[in-house]
Design a protein around this ligand. Sequence first.
Ligand code: PMP
Length: 414
Amino acid sequence: MTPQQPSSGGSSTRFDPWYDHYAHRTAGLSASEVRALFAVASRPEVVSLAGGMPYVSALPTELVTGALERVMLNDGPQALQYGSGQGTPELREQILEVMALEGIRGSVDDVVVTTGSQQALDLVTKLFIDPGDVILAEAPSYVGAIGVFRSYQAEIAHVLMDDDGIIPEVLRETITRLKAEGKTIKFLYTIPTFHNPAGVTLSWERRLEVLEICKAHEILVLEDNPYGLLYFDRQAPNALRSIDDEGVIYLGTFSKTLAPGFRVGWALAPHAIREKLILANESAILSPSSFSQFAISEYLRSTDWKGQIDTFRGVYRGRRDAMLSALKEHLPDLSWTVPNGGFYVWVTLPESLDSKEMLPRAVKELVAYTPGTAFYADGGGRHKMRLSFCYPSEDMIRVGIRRLTSVINGELEL
Ligand code: PMP
């Protein structure tokens, strides 16, 4: 059992007097090792290619204020009240329309509204994981999911990816090996489309194969899809959930197609699971924010929300292009993924470089990124880094890549 760390408040050395009282599961709750550096990296003079913040300034303010005003005028008392633990019927209907854009057909009864998809990740993990159960996840995987899985004392088994996403043969081998070791595998957590952090997308053939493998081994699939509608050239293959509605729990969110401040996401569960999910939601939060749900319903009803998603796509496409061309110009010897949507480029550094060790030097040179190790539960990713192109302008991205180039070249000369 890893002991609790002393308070991580800056340079404080005061030990927590409740040190011996915490539940065992909190051993998995550790502040990101690079959190302190990111506080420095949020200074305006630093070009941050680190965070995954959507560029909400591309959303015209009046679209939101208009919706908020109408909610208060027309539905004020209800919007300010507690609501159903499953979410409002109107928003759940509208969520079906959003998911239909990625080929998903579901029932309004099976949609559960949550406080962002992050909370849905927590609920699903709470429902299925006993300490020591195994969750399969791509290598690398979303840092926020790894944190949730750890907080429930899951064992995380990574499965290798390439440019077409998770590799089915490796998935098969991993399952066989873990079963031979007597492990209980509960689910596969996957981000098939515009992966965070890898930027890649699972091909259609592999989608079918991955589902077949999981079905054969009775492994549930947890499909996390925050970026699917943010494609740049052509739409990605349809969601896993569009192929299999009994073995896939699908997670969606309004965080990237509208704004994360509403904190509204959802799970589309297989019918058999939904009741437990609703109970878990009620026990965690009573009901998702009525106000946010009313506001989003009004926004979807009264604005050209698909046109707004096009606007976001245009902004992110320009930023992706700026990042890729700057990488090509300045760092031609490195390799990186080419995302067709989403927010991230995944860069492979020369083996001799350690991206975590290099970060303080980068921040000193006024550029930040996320070191690869953040996205692995097993210490992998030392010579990888995630670069986000979602937030800084195209010009700032070019400045950032130039600074990063001087840091990398400086390290290689040492
Ligand atoms: N899953 C993935 C893959 C993400 O990138 C994020 C946000 N960075 C989330 C889930 C959580 O998003 P939210 O809670 O805002 O819906």
